[in-house]
Design a protein around this ligand. Structure first.
Ligand code: PMP
Length: 361
């Protein structure tokens, strides 16, 4: 409890102390049924709910609910521009990055969207829904890109989307390869950087150099604010103007905008959170590597995934019995089951490791 109160009162100045106990931490993770710890959706469990509540209370008072939120859009764009060191005209806000990805598909992807598997499954489902041709190549076994095969498929598509860091594996494609793709492709390259703040590679400045590159980001992961549904695009100003024409006039609520604006005032606090996530990730990766039956993927995101040869249903139901929800994917890269585990404070993951030992052995 103490650690949380500390974060509320001293957001920027004070040392970040993530060491909350299992019981304390689980109180911040509300998932039906109660007392089940949610490690399945890559939400950010390192920021205490009390901290977010204090931001919400501040935001409530500062919005004029009678007005459309034009001024607040400008306020958030300016703060984002400052954080990312780009221009305000390079930014477009939307209701979650899901909505923005949809918008990009409808604006640029109508004659086809290409991606590399495994990837965020949402791309496939939205293309299917909109009747957009969906094409993909598969990462090589060592998770490098088969550029030859990719360029062959790209010829038929108007949009390429890459989730970088990758969801569900957590690896990254290098800047050089992305540049090479963008420089030769005639369509739009969308980099979904939902997990960028946890990674060593952040390419949000690439659109300033290459006019066919667009970055999609979200407040759901790095800023621990999945509930406010705020995502944004960084792109060349003229591309942003084109996308804006396809978007509704007021896609984000005044409350969410003010909330985001207050989060951006606490960027130093969040930098400490991101460092803590990386520290825990190293520890968790090493712990998982101790199991000879698991193939653990190095990750640049706020989750770690491993492949195993146990049925997915068994893995998820046995872990659930012990109080943990994880995300499982069947038949990926030759594994019966790929298990993706969202990182959480070490106290929580120690409990998870104990449960996993029982399941794996
Ligand atoms: N992109 C990726 C790669 C994701 O994993 C997610 C969420 N799981 C999203 C986009 C969507 O994020 P949101 O709509 O919450 O901004």
């Amino acid at each position: 409890m103490k650690a949380c109160n500390t974060s509320i009162q001293h957001t920027q100045e004070q040392e970040y102390k993530p060491g909350i106990s299992l019981i304390e931490a689980s109180r911040y993770i509300r998932a039906p049924p109660e007392n089940i710890i949610k490690l399945n959706a890559n939400e950010n469990l390192f920021v205490p709910q009390e901290f977010m509540l204090s931001i919400a209370k501040e935001a409530i008072e500062e919005v004029d609910y009678r007005l459309y939120p034009n001024g607040l859009v400008d306020e958030v764009c300016e703060k984002l521009a400052n954080y990312l060191k780009v221009d305000k005209d390079n930014i477009l806000l939307g209701c979650g990055s899901d909505q923005l990805i949809d918008l990009l598909m409808l604006t640029f992807g109508r004659s086809g969207v290409t991606t590399i598997h495994p990837t965020f499954t949402y791309y496939y489902y939205r293309c299917k829904l909109h009747g957009i041709p969906y094409r993909y190549t598969v990462f090589n076994r060592d998770l490098t890109v088969n550029t030859h095969e990719l360029s062959r498929i790209l010829e038929k598509s108007s949009m390429f989307i890459l989730c970088n860091p990758n969801n569900p594996l957590g690896h990254v494609v290098s800047e050089n390869i992305i540049r090479e793709i963008a420089e030769t492709f005639k369509g739009i390259v969308v980099l979904d950087e939902a997990y960028a703040e946890f990674s060593t590679i952040q390419l949000h400045k690439l659109p300033l150099e290459l006019n066919n590159v667009i970055i999609v980001r979200t407040f759901s992961k790095s800023f621990a604010a999945a509930s406010i549904r705020l995502g944004y695009i960084v792109g060349p100003a003229e591309v942003i103007n084109t996308i804006r024409k396809f978007q509704q006039p007021y896609p984000v609520s005044g409350f969410s905008l003010k909330f985001a604006s207050l989060l951006l005032d606490r960027i130093e606090y969040f930098r400490r959170v991101w460092n803590e996530v990386k520290r825990v990730r190293d520890w968790f990766y090493k712990e998982l590597k101790k199991y000879s039956k698991l193939h653990v993927f190095p990750s640049q995101a706020n989750f770690v995934s491993f492949g195993c040869n146990i049925e997915c249903e068994r893995v998820s139901s046995e872990l659930l019995k012990r109080g943990y929800i994880v995300r499982v994917f069947s038949n990926i890269l030759g594994f019966k089951c790929l298990v993706r585990v969202t990182l959480a404070p070490i106290s929580i993951l120690k409990g998870f490791i104990k449960a996993l030992t029982e399941v794996v052995n």
